[in-house]
Design a protein around this ligand. Structure first.
Ligand SMILES: [Zn+2]
Length: 439
């Protein structure tokens, strides 16, 4: 993902957390002899770790709990009532499970929006798993005071912490759950926290859902009695909240003017094709946005609207969905989709100075994938395989921040069985609180 270059018979030299050289194996081998641990990746692809730019990690606890419903009914009747009973420990447990699943599928960075709880939380889960992430606290109009306190604590305790693995973000839920005044306040809050805890290299970003469904204007009108004249992006621009440190999930229902505004304000997009299809939200005009030069990255969305954290599935779906709907097989080629899942993801999270490509000076976030499998044989084009043929389970070894977090499919940071037991227990607790009989 560095200038589109593939190095064959290549090697990567890493010291501590950082990539210090890339080149041909025979050259690097003689240079980095004694004192360097070696990993043999012969016959394999070493790829930059995938970057999932939209998740709600803790919601893995609710995977498969309620499917095949309308978005509003799904949220109001099913998800929000059970979430009320989720404890800090539940949130930590769910995020641990997503962290494990992500790592095992070659994803090394996850941007997650959930509720911050001081005792245990998603940030702690990611740090414990050795996963890189941007951890947000989701904000709603009905709990402004609690939100501001949570944001302050999240930033103070976690921004640029966990050996630099964790960044934090300010996350207004959506334009129909956050009133215009609060939107503006949350933009100011981001600036304030950034001044206090961020730096040019480690900025605090703003993560939100925008234009997920076609009736979002109507939802804004109902919630705040505001009648929009144009699109939702145009409305947010009138509030002065859009800039290059905004990552907008979904961006399905956009007007042409919205897209022009996004380009002007350098708004970043997280495209979630599987979630949008599953919830029947519509199809985001991704080729149009790419043509404009907007940064479009990829995300899974939550484990209950996808229902996995598999970024290989997302890459393939993104590629074939837009070809199909546009009746044009030349758009969204494999190389472009791979960029969207790596370097464009890094840009979307304002983290491209450290991640997103295998490049000297960047952090060593890598995955090693064996191609010696029937469904990956023969090899003409590695990018094609990564997007169209590789499965998450083909990822063998994963390094994050120079640390081996999975070696030959064995996690080095956590006990998988123990985490799955914790998840099962959390599920039973939640169901019993809802008075649903547990088998
Ligand atoms: Zn979402």
């Amino acid at each position: 993902m560095h200038k589109g270059k593939i190095i064959r018979q290549g090697a990567i030299a890493i010291e501590d957390k950082t990539i210090i050289e890339t080149g041909k194996t025979h050259e690097l081998k003689s240079k980095y002899g004694r004192g360097y641990e070696k990993i043999d990746a012969k016959g394999k692809v070493v790829a930059p770790g995938l970057i999932n730019t939209h998740q709600h990690a803790a919601m893995s606890l609710l995977r498969g709990y309620a499917d095949d419903l309308q978005l509003q009914e799904w949220l109001e009747k099913w998800i929000w009532p059970i979430e009320k009973h989720m404890t800090a420990h539940d949130i930590y447990t769910g995020a641990l499970l997503t962290a494990i699943e992500s790592i095992m599928g070659g994803t090394t960075t996850v941007n997650t929006m959930y509720h911050y709880t001081p005792e245990e939380n998603e940030a702690k889960a990611f740090a414990d798993a050795g996963l890189r992430g941007v951890i947000g606290h989701v904000c709603f109009s009905w709990r402004k005071k609690e939100d501001k306190k949570a944001l302050e604590n999240l930033a103070k305790n976690w921004h640029n912490k966990g050996d630099g693995l964790i960044h934090i973000s300010v996350d207004p839920h959506a334009p129909y759950t956050v009133d215009p005044e609060y939107m503006k306040e949350l933009k100011e809050k981001r600036e304030e926290l950034d001044q206090k805890y961020g730096s040019e290299k480690t900025p605090i970003i703003w993560h939100t859902h925008i234009a997920e469904t076609t009736d979002e204007q109507e939802k804004i009108r109902k919630a705040f009695n505001i009648k929009l004249k144009g699109g939702v992006m145009e409305y947010l621009d009138s509030l002065g909240v859009l800039d290059e440190r905004v990552i907008a999930a979904h961006c399905v229902a956009l007007t042409d003017k919205d897209i022009t505004i996004m380009k002007k304000r350098k708004v970043n997009v997280s495209h979630n094709p599987i979630s949008n299809l599953k919830l029947a939200s519509g199809i985001s005009p991704v080729p149009k946005m790419l043509k404009k030069g907007i940064t479009v990255s990829l995300g899974t969305d939550s484990p209950c609207s996808n229902n996995t954290a598999d970024m290989f599935e997302v890459m393939k779906t993104a590629a074939i969905l837009h070809k199909g709907i546009n009746k044009n097989p030349t758009i969204m080629p494999a190389e472009k989709v791979l960029e969207m899942a790596t370097i464009e993801g890094a840009k979307a999270l304002s983290w491209e100075n450290e991640i997103g490509s295998i490049e000297v000076g960047k952090k060593a976030d890598l995955s090693i994938i064996s191609l010696k499998k029937p469904h990956l044989c023969p090899v003409y084009n590695e990018a094609s395989h990564l997007v169209y043929a590789v499965k998450a389970s083909d990822v063998e070894t994963v390094m994050i921040n120079g640390r081996l977090v999975m070696e030959n499919r064995k996690l080095t940071t956590l006990n998988i069985k123990k985490v799955m037991d914790m998840v099962e227990k959390a599920k039973n607790n939640l169901l019993s609180k809802l008075n649903i009989n547990v088998k």
